[in-house]
Design a protein around this ligand. Structure first.
Ligand SMILES: C[S@@+](CC[C@H](N)C(=O)[O-])C[C@H]1O[C@@H](n2cnc3c(N)ncnc32)[C@H](O)[C@@H]1O
Length: 302
């Protein structure tokens, strides 16, 4: 496995508006000067950026402490300085760890490097997320997968719509789950044509082209979505605001006795969504909270 070289760095915390000045003062120090945003701790407002000087050999700590202290004094900010050693890393293995397969219900989401690892009895979904959202790592995706798995164990959705399909992960999950054959006619829609291309590619990789169609669409009243409906299962993992806007349209697409799975909403947004969708005649059947994100399952009476 190839190893990266090791590096050392010296960093200074800098408020965002002073980053260009700090970088200029450091000029062409080390092998590179760069800066990056740091997640804010608690309610702290600043500093929220770090300017970094990178070295391919250990820097003289005393020398660099003095130099960074002078930069901080020149900018009139506290001298918060860090010295870091970045050891050589096996980047291929590291990246593969980040992309490790995911289990969600019966689904086993994996990349090409894990082909052949699908456990017996699991429903394998090969994913090349590309530029689209949907590796299964997001808690909202996970919640939807769990909901789809559980619904497909007790009902056998024939028609399914995945609104905001991203990588196509949920459409493929529905096509693979269910009694015996899974949902037979699945439509995967996304506002983003790149996501639609990624979905088509994933659908092909998983041998599901005969069951899943993908199209660019941004509204539930799109005539093509209406024509293929109503659906036994509609899933939309978007965000609370568009979900609220789409309430009437999405709800109309759900067949009698069918289910609607909504996700992409924060815990505090749940009440608003539940209230809005109740006005469309759906009732809340289940909630799946995960890491602050809630997935809601609604049902339409028969
Ligand atoms: C959070 S991602 C979900 C992706 C995937 N379904 C999953 O569960 O991992 C939301 C997706 O919704 C799409 N989207 C946002 N607004 C939309 C709209 N009005 N109509 C259709 N798709 C939309 C985005 O382009 C994005 O691919």
């Amino acid at each position: 496995m190839p190893l990266s070289p090791e590096f050392w760095s010296v960093e200074l915390d800098v408020p965002v508006d002073l980053v260009p000045a700090a970088e200029e003062m450091l000029g062409e120090a080390g092998i590179a000067v760069s800066s990056y945003e740091v997640p804010r701790a608690g309610l702290a407002m600043s500093p929220d950026w770090r300017v970094q000087v990178l070295f391919d050999a250990p820097p003289d700590e005393q020398d660099w402490r003095a130099r960074m202290t002078a930069v901080a004094a020149g900018l009139d900010i506290p001298a918060t300085i860090r010295f870091t050693h970045l050891p050589a890393k096996d980047w291929v293995r590291h990246t593969n760890t980040l992309n490790a397969p995911i289990r969600a219900g019966r689904f086993f989401l994996y990349g090409a490097h894990d082909a052949g690892q699908v456990p017996p009895g699991a429903l394998g979904i090969l994913l090349d997320a590309g530029l689209a959202f949907g590796t299964g790592r997001a808690p909202s995706t996970y919640g939807c997968l769990q909901a789809i798995d559980d619904l497909c164990r007790v009902t056998a959705p024939h028609r399914m719509l995945d609104m905001g399909t991203g990588s196509g992960v949920l459409a493929m999950a529905a096509a693979k789950a269910g009694s015996r054959a899974g949902a037979r006619a699945v439509l995967a829609a996304d506002i983003d044509p790149v996501a639609v291309d990624v979905t088509r590619n994933n659908v092909r990789l998983n041998g599901l082209s005969a069951r899943i169609g993908a199209l660019t669409a941004s509204r539930p009243d799109d005539p093509r979505l209406l024509r293929a409906g109503p659906y036994d299962l509609v899933v939309a993992n978007i965000l609370a605001e568009p979900l609220c806007r789409m309430a009437t349209g999405l709800s109309r697409l759900v067949a009698a006795g069918g289910h609607l799975v909504l996700s992409g909403l924060l815990a505090r947004e749940e009440r608003l969504i539940v209230a809005r969708y109740r006005t469309t005649g759906l009732s809340l059947a289940r909630r799946i909270p995960r890491e602050g994100w809630h997935t809601l399952v609604f049902k339409r009476r028969k």
